[in-house]
Design a protein around this ligand. Structure first.
Ligand SMILES: CC(C)(COP(=O)(O)OP(=O)(O)OC[C@H]1O[C@@H](n2cnc3c(N)ncnc32)[C@H](O)[C@@H]1OP(=O)(O)O)[C@@H](O)C(=O)NCCC(=O)NCCS
Length: 170
């Protein structure tokens, strides 16, 4: 029903409404610039043959400092600085909510992080939940909250790879 693709000039961004104004605005005002500048890659979902964006996420490389964030030991694997990928934003149009597409979108994003790590390394997938509701969504998928940074959650790349049936790289 949907196509997932890297954001390009032909996609229509206006009209997207996930119910969270900051995420709607970021897509329209910042997504293209962030992608063009290479600070993140933005992926969007459209209905086949249509240009209107109905879901999106952004992903970028990052590094967490174990002691600053309070990353659990098993996640850090004995390292004080841990490279990984930040799913910087993830949202689906409110009209599509509650039908399992959010899960598919998250799997799409995890797949990109796993693929990136298979080339460039990276141990953790990190999310910064916008609010309690978003945090509960990520916890539902077994992301683990760090101790010292509110609403930051992590998952090992190897855990995501296993869930996706992708080869392990740790
Ligand atoms: C978060 C979001 C992507 C979820 O999409 P969705 O279409 O509502 O989710 P789905 O229908 O795919 O739900 C999949 C599963 O997650 C669960 N789930 C969904 N939202 C949840 C929440 N806030 N807390 C706990 N579980 C949640 C569902 O119950 C379902 O579980 P099940 O498969 O065991 O029945 C969507 O609500 C959204 O775009 N929200 C606004 C943006 C946002 O907050 N993004 C978060 C990142 S900052």
């Amino acid at each position: 029903m949907f196509e997932s693709a890297r954001l390009d000039d032909d996609h229509t961004l206006t009209g997207f409404d996930c119910g969270k104004e900051s995420l709607n605005r970021w897509l329209v005002e910042h997504a293209r610039r962030a992608d063009d500048a290479g600070v993140a890659h933005v992926y969007v979902w459209t209905r086949r043959g249509e240009a209107n964006v109905c879901a999106y996420f952004a992903i970028c490389p990052t590094e967490v400092v174990r002691s600053d964030d309070g990353v659990p030991g098993s996640m850090a694997g004995g390292y004080s600085r841990i490279p990984g990928y930040l799913i910087a934003r993830l949202a689906i149009d409110a009209s599509l909510r509650g039908r399992g597409y959010g899960e598919q979108l998250l799997l799409d994003a995890l797949g990109k992080a796993v693929a990136a790590s298979s080339i460039g390394g990276g141990r953790l997938i990190i999310v910064d939940a916008l609010d309690d509701e978003a945090q509960a969504f990520y916890e539902h998928y077994h992301f683990v909250p760090v101790r010292h940074r509110e609403r930051r959650l992590v998952m090992k790349v190897s855990t995501a790879a296993e869930a996706l049936g992708a080869p392990r790289h740790d």
